[in-house]
Ligand binder design. Structure first.
Ligand SMILES: [Fe+2]
Ligand SMILES: [Fe+2]
Length: 146
């Protein structure tokens, strides 16, 4: 389990670095189409597969200890919802749909990126720490040491 935690934590660092590099571009006004497309690409190709991986490979290992997972799963769902909303709104804007608002789109992109950063921190505190405890070998008993 420790190898998996280390890999996921490494992905957090890589993705967070990419988000920090992207945020100033998404915050510029008028926002560029490329900055929004890069945001969606990051969410599609790195964030979504990372979260899926956690849900499929890490979280089931907690068995009945699901309490700490609830807020994490809620955050995954909120990020996924934000990713889909951004994808649809970006497609509308690029298709020239009436009422498509690039400023609102940029704000939504910034919001989702911040949500991911906050989620990574919370997940490391709430879940990765617990996973380390679960993975640690049980302390040797007196009888075992004797
Ligand atoms: Fe996650
Ligand atoms: Fe994660």
């Amino acid at each position: 389990m420790q190898d998996m935690i280390d890999r996921l934590k490494g992905e957090h660092e890589d993705i967070a670095g990419a988000i920090r590099a992207l945020l100033p571009r998404v915050g510029r006004r008028p926002v560029s189409r490329l900055a929004l497309e890069d945001t969606l690409r990051l969410l599609d190709t790195r964030v979504a597969p990372h979260e899926r991986d956690e849900e499929e490979k890490l979280f089931p290992r907690f068995g009945a200890a699901t309490d700490p997972l609830e807020p994490v799963l809620e955050a995954h769902a909120a990020i996924e919802e934000g990713r889909k909303a951004l994808r649809d709104a970006l497609a509308d804007w690029l298709a020239g749909a009436a009422g498509a608002d690039p400023e609102a789109l940029a704000c939504r992109a910034e919001e989702v990126l911040h949500q991911v950063l906050e989620h990574f921190q919370a997940e490391e505190r709430q879940v990765f720490t617990l996973a380390r405890v679960e993975a640690a070998p049980a302390p040797a008993t007196k009888a075992a040491r004797a």
